[in-house]
Design a protein around this ligand. Sequence first.
Ligand code: NAD
Ligand code: TDX
Length: 327
Amino acid sequence: MTGGAGFIGSNFVHHLIRTTDTEVTVLDKLTYAASRESLADLPTDRVDLVVGDIVDGTLVDKLVSEHDAVVHFAAESHNDNSLTEPGPFIQTNIVGTFQILEACRRHDTRLHHISTDEVYGDLELDDPQRFTEATSYNPSSPYSAAKAGSDHLVRAWVRSFGVPATISNCSNNYGPWQHVEKFIPRQITNVIDGDRPKVYGTGANVRDWIHAEDHSSAVWLILQEGRIGETYLIGADGERNNLEVVGRILEHFGRGADDFDLVTDRAGHDLRYAIDSTKLRTELGWAPTFDRFEEGLARTIEWYQAHEQWWRPHKEATEAFYAAKGQ
Ligand code: NAD
Ligand code: TDX
């Protein structure tokens, strides 16, 4: 797999080790977003970390030739970074995916490509429709456009070259090992530090939250039982606006409901994402275990309280990045 030292990838490795007897090789460049510690304490006879770049076609070819299947998580993942420096998003998300596809083509290797609901653009707050596998692509940011490009490459390699691939597009993940640049960990750690949460714009933007553990179980199921060439949307009916999420975090810590700041909005900020995961649920029988977002959020807050040594080294630089943009 690629990107296994990042947030969702490391949750997936833990899920595999706990629930299967699979052996896994993680190919990861160990960018600022990665953490070796997220993979610590796992059995070394089952988890192997190779530090390298998915853009390196020679390395990718060698590793793919030695494995039964590839699950491709590696990406530049943060929208705010893509608005200040889009170049790495093109390289990793598009060129890197191209290298993975070429290697899978040469070795006829099963591939599962991890993508996002952001490829569909955004919805109005009162739109009764949610995203489905049939929704047209309409990405807004350099990040989501690069992910959309990677999805298109995968479909082309399936159709033109017969690469045995599936795709999943998942909604916003939360849970342990998420970098403090992202919304939920940033606000939890701000409150732990006695600072105020920072909400972009009016806070009315809606995200459809799913626990990373539930994303992992869906990916493993699709890898085992998904139909080649198909796309599956993954979501847990977790729509909340950003004010609701910050309100829950403040409440958990006994802080006042108004104890947050509204700050400069994100350029091109998507208003609402919402996933209809009927296909995954009916065709493959998947269901989330964290079916109440507030319960999963409480467990996540407790994880950040207990793992300050994991996130503390990244907090100061992350806040300096935001402060320079008035966020
Ligand atoms: P992350 O930023 O936490 O982790 C990304 C990992 O990829 C890091 O370990 C990083 O070192 C690695 N990586 C980056 N560039 C690389 C390269 N060129 N070669 C090798 N490794 C490289 O990201 P995440 O939030 O865990 O997201 C993982 C995947 O899930 C991405 O494909 C993302 O688009 C997708 N996704 C994320 C979410 C979400 O809410 N975070 C939702 C849906 C889909
Ligand atoms: O400090 C903040 N304040 C704030 O209001 C931050 C960091 C974010 N926000 C808002 C922006 C979004 O409306 O919170 C919402 C969530 O923001 P992010 O955590 O940056 O996630 P988002 O941009 O929605 O993208 C995430 O979900 C889809 C992941 O980062 C992507 O990788 C994934 O594809």
